[in-house]
Design a protein around this ligand. Structure first.
Ligand code: PLP
Length: 285
């Protein structure tokens, strides 16, 4: 695999980052994952905008323009011809700051920019989209700036491991009695035809797939209610589902051991997945 590191396209074995990099020492880095289907980028503009926002919130330099980012994404697709479907991972850290120090390094320290392809063939036909997934709930013990997409993913990793141990697919975070989001996705329930999802705030990541889906749903005259919901409401809902760049729209059929309605994917989630795939394919670049 050919990867991108600080302006160079090199084989992955040659891509090395300093032990003093703040991404490594302090988790001082942000990231994005953009889906690639048939060699085309999905929701690219949304990911670029959110990257700029994350960097800005952390007072980190934004080293690359939209055009430069697009060129790097396309170059990686071109230089890795076996890569057709999957995602492109992008990470920008505050760079190699020398000896460990809590204070940010001087402005002339350059950020470390890494991008690489992650192939996942058959991404569109993941059997989980047909069967739906099962989730457990765990307390949301993350920091309170979840709107910034940082690489500090230790707690989401622990939550995923808890889900694995419970023989389910994912964990939903709960705070003050309400669901915030999934370990790496935004979550929704459907009740009496209404799509219910938590409003944007610092409590959740502002999902790019969420933004696109809510736009398509409102264009299709579906009713959206942005408000928090509880685990009990999810268990009593007609349907549940989640969104993320790598899983699009995927039904959730069990929450904390209780089936959602019949325990099968519901018609709204299935329809929303179709709409999302159709519309995103049209605007892929
Ligand atoms: N929420 C969290 C915590 C995430 O990590 C992600 C994706 O990585 C999402 C939501 C979904 O965001 P997007 O649709 O931009 O992939």
């Amino acid at each position: 695999r050919i990867v991108y590191l600080n302006g160079e396209y090199i084989p992955e074995e040659e891509a090395k980052v300093s032990i003093f990099d703040r991404g490594f020492v302090m988790g001082d880095a942000v990231y994005e994952v953009t889906a690639v289907i048939g060699g085309k980028l999905w929701d690219f503009e949304g990911h670029v905008k959110r990257l700029a926002r994350s960097l800005n919130e952390l007072e980190m330099q934004n080293p690359l323009s939209r055009e430069e980012l697009l060129e790097i994404h396309r170059e990686l697709i071109a230089r890795n011809p076996e890569f057709i479907d999957g995602g492109i991972y992008l990470q920008i850290s505050r760079g190699n700051a020398g000896d460990r120090d809590f204070a940010f390094p001087p402005a002339d320290v350059k950020p470390t920019v890494v991008l690489y392809t992650q192939a996942k063939n058959g991404l569109l036909d993941d059997p989980k989209a047909k069967k739906g997934i099962k989730v457990i709930s765990v307390p949301d013990l993350r920091w309170h700036r979840r709107d910034i997409k940082t690489v500090q993913l230790l707690y989401p990793s622990l939550a995923k491991m808890a889900a694995k141990k419970a023989h389910v697919d994912d964990a939903w975070f709960v705070e003050d009695g309400f669901v915030t989001e999934g370990s790496s996705n935004n979550v929704y329930i459907v009740k009496n035809g209404k799509i219910i999802t938590r409003p944007l705030s610092n409590d959740i990541l502002h999902g790019i797939t969420r933004a696109a889906l809510l736009r398509y749903a409102s264009e299709a005259q579906m009713t959206i209610e942005e408000r928090p919901f509880t685990i009990e409401e999810a268990q009593a809902a007609d349907e549940a589902f989640f969104t993320s760049a790598s899983a699009f729209v995927t039904p959730v059929v069990e929450v904390d051991g209780k089936p959602v309605a019949s325990g099968k994917p519901g018609p709204v989630a299935v329809r929303l997945r179709e709409i999302y795939l159709e519309e995103s394919a049209k605007s892929a670049i």
